[in-house]
Ligand binder design. Structure first.
Ligand code: TPP
Ligand code: SF4
Length: 294
């Protein structure tokens, strides 16, 4: 099944104010088509909140709640438990950015995962704090130019590698962890459907290319997502109770240089820095596939 085969009716409507080419609305719209109308949505502070839920305008056709930046998983836990007590069957879904997940939300997230709350937590990962002005987060890749890791004479972008959040969630041994990309539609749909069917804590992690923060042409979002997977910068797998049950190996492996070359945030990278990024990908690849990339 492809995205065009999903139901026509959208629970996340057009008319929101996301930047042209932003991957986040496509991720949310298509997930919502699968989760369906008996869904309660929570978003913390992030781009999604700003472009779809700023009073008095709302792009959601389901009940929608926003509280604070750090408490997505805590609020989701409350929503799920309150509806259960009322005897109503709903799906409690949170859509948090990488800043709200890797950094400020990790405490509530880890707690809810450990308690095995019956919720779906989605991290749309655009690799920085975008709505507040492109500051670095724990998800920002090595070398990226952000407003808090500016590429200049003293430093050349972020000095640390991206934190492996999906692996942290896998270590919680929750019922379901899946990493996803909007470029791989069949995989995206199957994993979303599976998350809907399973009970207990489910963590979905989707790469969300951001033309504004990554500085690429807005027509190239899906291409960026695909190249992230093909280069190994982003890996696709599923894990159930901590065990990897399904892993996608790209048919065509491209050098990391090919992925980063169209993105302004990496424009200043020296050959040594590109090698450091490639080495990081190779280490990750070897850990996942048990071999070095060919
Ligand atoms: C406690 C707290 N600190 C800081 C902020 C300001 N703030 C709002 S959204 C945001 C960044 C969100 O980044 P991310 O979660 O990555 O989502 P994105 O904007 O990239 O979609 C920040 C720093 C806040 N709302 N609350
Ligand atoms: S800044 Fe990036 S993530 Fe935010 S709406 Fe624009 S393209 Fe999307």
């Amino acid at each position: 099944m492809n995205i065009k085969d999903l139901p026509e009716e959208s629970l996340f409507t057009p008319g929101h104010t996301a930047c042209a080419g932003c991957a986040a609305p496509a991720i949310v719209r298509n997930m919502m088509k699968i989760f369906g109308k008996d869904t309660i949505v929570y978003t913390p502070a992030n781009c999604l909140l700003v472009f779809s839920g700023t009073y008095p305008h709302l792009a959601w056709k389901v009940p929608y709640l926003h509280e604070a930046f750090e408490n997505t998983a805590a609020c989701l836990s409350g929503i799920a438990r309150a509806y259960k007590k009322k005897g109503k069957k709903v799906i409690a879904v949170g859509f948090a950015g990488d800043g709200g997940t890797y950094d400020i939300g990790i405490q509530a997230l880890s707690g809810a995962a450990e308690r095995n709350e019956d919720v779906i937590y989605v991290c749309y990962d655009n690799e920085a704090y975008m709505n507040t002005g492109i500051q670095r987060s724990g998800a920002t890749p090595y070398g990226a130019d952000t407003t808090t890791t500016p590429a200049g004479r003293k430093i050349l972008g972020k000095l640390e590698h991206k934190k492996d959040m999906a692996e942290i969630m896998r270590a919680h041994e929750v019922p379901y962890v899946a990493t996803m990309s909007i470029s791989h539609q069949k995989d995206f749909i199957e994993k979303t459907k599976k998350a809907k069917e399973i009970s207990g804590f489910r963590y979905l992690h989707v790469l969300s290319p951001c033309p504004t923060g990554w500085r690429f042409d807005p027509s190239k979002s899906i291409e960026m997502a695909r190249k992230a997977v093909e280069s190994g910068m982003w890996t696709l797998y599923e894990a159930e109770y901590g065990e990897i049950t399904n892993i996608y190996k790209p048919k065509k492996k491209i050098p990391v240089e090919e992925y980063i070359k169209g993105q302004g945030r990496f424009r200043h990278l020296t050959p040594e820095m590109i090698k450091a990024l490639q080495d990081w990908v190779d280490r990750k690849w070897k850990k996942l596939y048990g071999e070095l990339p060919q």
